[in-house]
Design a binder for this molecule. Structure first.
Ligand SMILES: O=S(=O)(CCO)c1ccc(-c2ccc(C3CCCC3)c([C@H]3C[C@H]3c3ccccn3)c2)cc1
Length: 240
């Protein structure tokens, strides 16, 4: 197949992001502070600024029962579900369908006072990865989102400030085998979700405001998104 212009960047970014997502918090370099915890969900951030702007990297780990990594990534990647779970979204369009596993999105997020409204333009790629720990075990699934350019939508030419983001959702499914002679049900499934994101707000916004927004929005986002996937899949056949 002919190679798309973004393919080399996608390949490299996915490898880097997946290897970073696989690292434990300890290995990931120091400075991670736990800033939110809710049951199995733990959220860490590092306080970092670039040109005086808050770009705090975020790493969240969550363990959710009853769903698979494929189901989580499927609902995160596909545009048709996004308005159901992404509450800060004002508008979303797919600018380009590079392939069935690679899309280019343009999204505007609801304005967060006193910051000006933001939009994001990024490629999104979904991929199944071999399970290196357990060759017979379920595959690992990932979605990587990374800011990119598009000739028709240059940054900051309308009402929105363009954010620059890199996001990696990495999902590892675990199956606890059912008792002899009983069939596999969703009670035998659990999924370890690692969500990493770095969002550069693109234009100045008060650090205190941004950190308050992140502290409120990220836990809400991950809880709402995982609850959405559980609800969407509970009466459907398991998608491995
Ligand atoms: O995981 S994704 O790819 C899912 C596709 O939508 C993703 C996630 C988050 C963002 C995003 C973009 C802008 C902002 C801010 C920056 C200054 C003012 C708006 C925030 C901050 C507000 C925080 C936030 C955290 C989680 C969810 C939404 N909102 C987040 C974009 C994409």
């Amino acid at each position: 197949a002919i190679q798309h212009r973004l393919w080399p960047e996608i390949e490299k970014t996915v490898q880097i992001q997946v290897s970073m997502a696989k690292m434990g918090i300890g290995e990931c370099g120091s400075g991670w502070q736990l800033f939110a915890e809710d049951g199995e969900m733990k959220m860490y951030r590092r306080e970092e600024e670039v040109d005086g702007m808050v770009v705090d990297p975020l790493k969240a780990v969550h363990i959710v029962k009853g769903i698979t990594g494929h189901e989580v990534c499927h609902h995160f990647f596909n545009p048709q579900y996004r308005y159901d779970w992404e509450t800060t979204l004002e508008h979303m369009t797919v600018l380009e369908t590079i392939s069935e596993d690679t899309l280019v999105f343009l999204q505007t997020h609801k304005r967060i006072w006193p910051a000006s409204q933001r939009d994001g333009l990024f490629w999104s790629h979904i991929r199944k990865l071999p399970n290196e720990k357990d060759r017979d075990g379920p595959d690992i699934w990932t979605v990587v989102n990374n800011s990119t350019d598009h000739p028709d939508y240059p940054p900051n030419n309308g009402k929105c400030v363009r954010v620059f983001l890199t996001v990696c959702l990495l999902c590892q499914t675990t199956v606890d085998p059912p008792k002899e002679g009983t069939s596999l049900t969703r009670d035998n499934l659990s999924c370890k979700i690692t969500y990493c994101s770095v969002v550069n707000p693109g234009g100045w916004a008060p650090a205190s405001v941004l950190r308050a927004v992140y502290k409120r929005e990220y836990p809400k986002f991950l809880k709402r998104f995982t609850a959405y996937v559980k609800n969407q899949t509970k009466n459907k056949p398991i998608m491995f």
